[in-house]
Design a protein around this ligand. Structure first.
Ligand SMILES: Nc1ncnc2c1ncn2[C@@H]1O[C@H](COP(=O)(O)OP(=O)(O)OP(=O)(O)O)[C@@H](O)[C@H]1O
Ligand SMILES: CC(=O)C(=O)O
Ligand SMILES: [K+]
Ligand SMILES: [Mg+2]
Length: 572
């Protein structure tokens, strides 16, 4: 009987329970018989097919330690590969903010299934107990259902905002009306009085300065100082929201109150995040490289260097020191919400593109955040303009896109996630078609990184993969460096990154086009290659005739120094 690889695929798909378990590694054929028992009567031919392939693949596995043959692969990526093939795998990563609308185990599982790569917890909101509960649920889902969802905490940062304005929701400020802004904690409610969160909020502020609410929702002029309180007259009417942001301007320039980027509360939240084993810490309102360095130093004193630090670009100052911030960070978030408060809105698209380009050059992942599908906080479909915005992010080849209120508080979070997924797939297809026509524009990346050799190897590898129409890139990497250098070139085929370091795996989850896979690696490169191909094959994820480009930076045991290599293999 002819054995087609297609028949193997079908049987594996119909047997989700067929996993590579230690007990049956010694007897592959027997294992297949057991696993496929239910179908035995109905379709003997197919089972013979599985047996044949399994036997062939297990030959490659002979001699390996049975216990170390597990493959830590995201079950969602695996499903995507089975359904859409290598070319159909999504490259742009998706981040969801978790809030009251999506914090149950069932909701989190739906988001994981829907393609959430990273869950973001905004420490501005809710209690540490609430956040702990969510983090533990995500880790449980990863362990029990084979997902690979990384966890990010996002610091509150020091920001001046309203804590009480005398009404439960929004309040209208009429032109000419006079209000008192104070930090005093008073009993009951006083009309036309707004309480700010920070005692020193009015430090250095003078009569005549402008007070801007939420980046332009309403404006006031300071007419009198009374101790630390300010009496202000509304010059541009608008809405005061319950947590509205306050910023002061003088002669067209923002005044800085000199608040620390990482507050006392933030340090406590960071310690909490470390103890809960989060993968990323996103630092709000970074103004220079120092706050990122401070946090990295702290992480190393806590032996937690593996936690990746992302700098959020959301202030004018951070734009002026962008390069130094990108260089010291492990990644960047373009926090368009607050950035739009400090930068004129019409500049945001260009700023976003600049930041994305700099991150790509310096090889740091970049997340585009805020208002991607804002109308979906209320409505089940996005506006055409929002779809165009999301498409632009994908076209710019950002590593990741983020949902905020759409998933945290809106009733259509899962749907919003599927919009991001579908738009990514569509735009990535278009980019690939363009790439095929004109060799991908890589020259501008230049040779700009410290490790020139790895950089050049990865640039060349991707050029080769694109020209040869390779199906998948396999990279063997300890800390993820080679995988990210490949990703930086935005290749047509997906990048399967094999690593034996779980922290590297969880960090790679944020990088464009990388499917991180946890597997035990040895010093013997050839053995790693044949083992991983056999494992992928036995899972029914790759079939004969497919071509793989293999990049490695692991040194073989007999080599004195590490060496990198590129090879092309056809699966047989
Ligand atoms: N853990 C949470 N608990 C309750 N509400 C939340 C939580 N996380 C987010 N939200 C809600 O979702 C909205 C959008 O979330 P988002 O993280 O964008 O917050 P934000 O307040 O705009 O701050 P940031 O500038 O840090 O993003 C918030 O305004 C808040 O109402
Ligand atoms: C995400 C965030 O902090 C912002 O857009 O302001
Ligand atoms: K925040
Ligand atoms: Mg912000």
């Amino acid at each position: 009987m002819a054995v087609s690889s297609d028949s193997v695929l079908k049987i594996f798909t119909k047997h989700p329970s067929f996993n590579l378990k230690n007990e049956f590694l010694g007897n592959a054929a027997g294992a297949c018989r057991v696993s496929c028992n239910a179908r035995k009567q109905r379709n003997k031919g197919r089972i013979i097919g599985v047996k044949a392939v399994a036997e062939a693949s297990f030959k490659a596995l002979e001699g390996f330690d049975k216990v170390k043959l597990e493959l830590g692969l995201d079950s969602v990526a695996e499903k995507e590969l089975r359904e859409n093939g290598f070319t159909g795998m999504r490259k742009t990563k998706l981040v969801c903010t978790i809030g009251p609308a999506c914090c149950s185990l069932e909701d989190l599982e739906k988001l994981a299934k829907g393609g959430m790569n990273v869950a973001r917890l905004n420490m501005c909101h809710n209690t540490r107990e609430w956040h702990r509960d969510v983090i533990r649920k995500i880790k449980t889902l990863n362990a029990e259902k084979g997902f690979c969802v990384s966890v990010m905490i996002d610091t509150e940062g020091s920001q001046i905002h309203v804590v009480d304005h005398g009404a439960p929701s929004s309040l209208k400020a009429e032109e000419g009306s006079v209000w008192v802004f104070t930090a005093q904690n008073f009993e009951g409610s006083r009309p036309f009085t707004v309480r700010a969160n920070y005692e020193g909020f009015s430090e250095g502020i003078m009569v005549g300065d402008e007070l801007i609410i939420d980046g332009g929702m309403a404006s006031f002029q300071v007419v009198e100082r009374m101790g630390n309180d300010l009496r202000c007259k509304c010059t541009d009417p608008g809405l005061l929201l319950p947590r509205a942001k306050l910023s002061f301007w003088r002669n067209g320039k923002l005044s800085y109150q000199g608040l620390p980027t990482i507050s006392e509360k933030d340090w406590e939240d960071i310690a909490f995040g470390i103890s809960e084993g989060v993968d990323f810490i996103a630092v709000s309102f970074v103004n220079d490289a120092d706050s990122v360095k401070d946090l990295k130093n702290y992480l190393s004193t806590k032996k937690s260097e593996s936690v990746r630090v992302l700098a959020k670009i959301e202030s004018l100052e951070s734009l002026q020191k962008l390069e130094e911030i990108v260089k010291v960070s492990d990644g960047i978030m373009v926090a368009r919400g607050d950035l739009g408060v400090e930068v004129p809105l019409e500049q945001i698209p260009a700023v976003q593109e600049d930041i994305t380009d700099i991150c790509r050059k310096l090889n740091k992942p970049v997340i585009i955040a805020s208002q991607l599908l804002e109308s979906m906080v209320e409505y089940p479909t996005p506006t055409r303009a929002e779809v165009a915005d999301v498409s632009e992010v994908v076209r710019q080849h950002a590593d990741a896109m983020m949902l905020s209120g759409e998933s945290a508080i809106g009733p259509y979070g899962e749907k919003a996630l599927s919009v991001l997924r579908m738009v990514s797939n569509r735009m990535e297809l278009q980019s690939r078609e363009e790439n095929y026509q004109s060799a991908i524009n890589q020259h501008y990346l230049g040779v700009s990184l410290p490790d020139h050799i790895s950089e050049e190897i990865c640039n060349s590898a991707v050029q080769m993969a694109n020209k040869l129409g390779i199906d998948a890139i396999f990279v063997y990497t300890r800390h993820g460096e080679m995988a990210s250098l490949l990703s930086r070139n935005r290749p047509n085929p997906p990048i399967f990154a094999f690593t034996d370091d779980n922290d590297a795996r969880m960090a790679l989850n944020l990088q464009w086009g990388v499917i991180p896979i946890l597997v035990d690696l040895s010093d013997d490169m050839e053995a790693n290659i044949s083992k991983t191909i056999a494992l992928i094959k036995i899972k029914g994820m790759i079939n004969d005739g497919k071509s793989v480009l293999i990049v490695s930076d692991l040194s073989p045991s007999n080599a004195r120094a590490s060496f990198q290599s590129i090879q092309v293999k056809t699966i047989e």
